[in-house]
Design a protein around this ligand. Structure first.
Ligand SMILES: Nc1ncnc2c1ncn2[C@@H]1O[C@H](COP(=O)(O)OP(=O)(O)OP(=O)(O)O)[C@@H](O)[C@H]1O
Ligand SMILES: [Mg+2]
Length: 417
């Protein structure tokens, strides 16, 4: 699988070209000159279209940091994380392609038009028919677990080789460590089909995050956090729990799709690779000239993560979206959940982003300083609003039948301000 160059496309427009420099072990990107005239600043802080480098068609070199696989951060965002990578590796094995000879540019060609957000990669690896197919959610998950646990022994007969292809098509592009599939749902009829390619009238795009049905209620907790976040005034896509054969999964509508329209999306990691604090997010919001509402949203999310102990607040758990007019906004919040491992030592449960220079033992004063320094109106009242919303944890958790002991230990871990 040696892809020398991929062309990057956005909304049918040629954006540029990406190749892999074997010697340097990095990718080289160049904008297509005509793209620069559209005024679409798709990576405004790392590869601005009006910079001399872009204007003179000089190449942009990829980022060697592990997080970016040698790709420019804007493009690295199209590659998946743990879950999608393990599927890609299994697919390579299945096709007798040595992983060692595969570059991130090959991986992008495999992703093709299935990337999250709106960027597409051409040529795309052919994965058979691109039309929508109906999805048996639970069966596909059972199969995914089987494939990944016993890959070497799973015999791909005619029936499960179809399942395998289906899984690759709808599960190998989203990021994150947890298993998930991209689906399209018709709320009126209840039909569930694959979420890649064009979807028929009446359908919308969703991500289903699978629960592994272990003792720990991942999906239910994420749903409880969704409800608390809404109570706190945090903007999130409509989400719900879906039970299939007794197992409850978390379903969330995609903000990078509006029916068949793709919305350009960049994580904080892609937008601003050096960001490692909440203050840095506010700085990005200012540099992008986003409206005050986005600063306020970001403030609520920071306070929520601190109070409700979502310590998994890494730079891929915040995003920005750009519409077809080139206007950037903060994306809706996602992946909000209780992410402390109660059995791990305290240092393993530190926040990924710092708050006022700290990633643990954050107090109200720290939140207030950030509110003050970033011109957040009524920041004290916003902290109280979030704290009041988090109080609802117990009610929501009991409604879903969570174990009493777990409820108590999570409640005791909240940082009530
Ligand atoms: N509603 C959504 N619409 C569009 N993209 C989304 C949505 N929710 C999540 N994503 C994208 O999918 C990625 C994975 O989702 P999410 O963070 O929920 O998964 P996860 O496996 O729990 O992640 P982590 O590895 O952080 O635990 C996110 O980083 C984000 O880019
Ligand atoms: Mg995540």
């Amino acid at each position: 699988m040696e892809t020398n160059v991929v062309k990057i496309k956005l909304w049918g427009i040629d954006v540029g070209y990406l190749s892999w420099d074997k010697k340097l072990g990095v990718a080289i990107f160049e904008y297509e000159p005509s793209f620069l005239e559209h005024g679409l600043d798709i990576a405004p802080l790392t590869m601005p279209i009006d910079s001399p480098r872009s204007q003179k068609q000089l190449p942009w070199t990829g980022n060697k940091d592990k997080l970016y696989h040698g790709l420019p951060p804007m493009i690295a965002d199209s590659l998946p994380d743990k879950w999608g990578n393990s599927l890609f590796k299994a697919w390579l094995r299945d096709n007798n392609i040595p992983a060692k000879k595969t570059t991130p540019v090959d991986h992008l060609s495999f992703i093709g038009s299935r990337a999250m957000g709106a960027l597409q990669y051409d040529p795309a690896q052919k994965l058979g028919d691109n039309s929508a197919f109906s999805v048996d959610v639970q069966r596909l998950y059972e199969f995914a677990k089987q494939v990944l646990n016993e890959r070497k022994t799973t015999v791909l007969n005619q029936e499960n080789s179809v399942l395998w292809q289906d899984l690759i098509k709808i599960s190998s592009s989203p990021g994150g460590k947890r298993p998930k599939v991209i689906l399209a749902l018709n709320k009126a009829t209840g039909e569930v089909i694959s979420g890649q390619g064009l979807i028929p009238e009446g359908f919308q795009h969703y991500i289903l995050k699978y629960d592994d049905n272990s003792a720990y209620p991942f999906s239910k907790l994420e749903y409880i956090y969704y409800r608390m976040a809404l109570d706190a005034g945090i903007n999130m896509m409509p989400s719900e729990l879906r039970a299939y054969e007794g197992v409850t999964h978390f379903l969330t509508q995609r903000f990078d799709r509006n029916r068949n329209e793709k919305i350009h999306m960049q994580t904080l990691a892609a937008m601003s690779p050096e960001s490692d604090s909440y203050e840095d997010i506010f700085a990005v919001i200012r540099r992008l000239n986003l409206p005050y509402e986005d600063s306020k949203q970001q403030y609520l999310r920071m306070v929520f993560n601190v109070i409700a102990r979502n310590v998994d607040d890494h730079s891929k758990n915040f995003s920005f979206c750009m519409n077809r007019d080139g206007i950037w906004r903060l994306s809706p919040a996602y992946d909000l959940t209780y992410s402390v491992d109660l059995s791990a030592p305290a240092y393993a449960n530190r926040h990924s982003l710092t708050v006022n220079g700290k990633n643990e033992d954050i107090i109200r004063e720290d939140l207030e300083i950030i509110g003050l320094n970033n011109d957040i109106q009524d920041y004290k009242a916003l902290i109280d609003t979030v704290a009041n919303a988090v109080v609802n944890f117990e009610v929501y958790a009991k409604e879903l039948g969570l174990d009493e002991k777990l409820i108590e230990s999570i409640k005791a871990d909240f940082v009530m301000m």
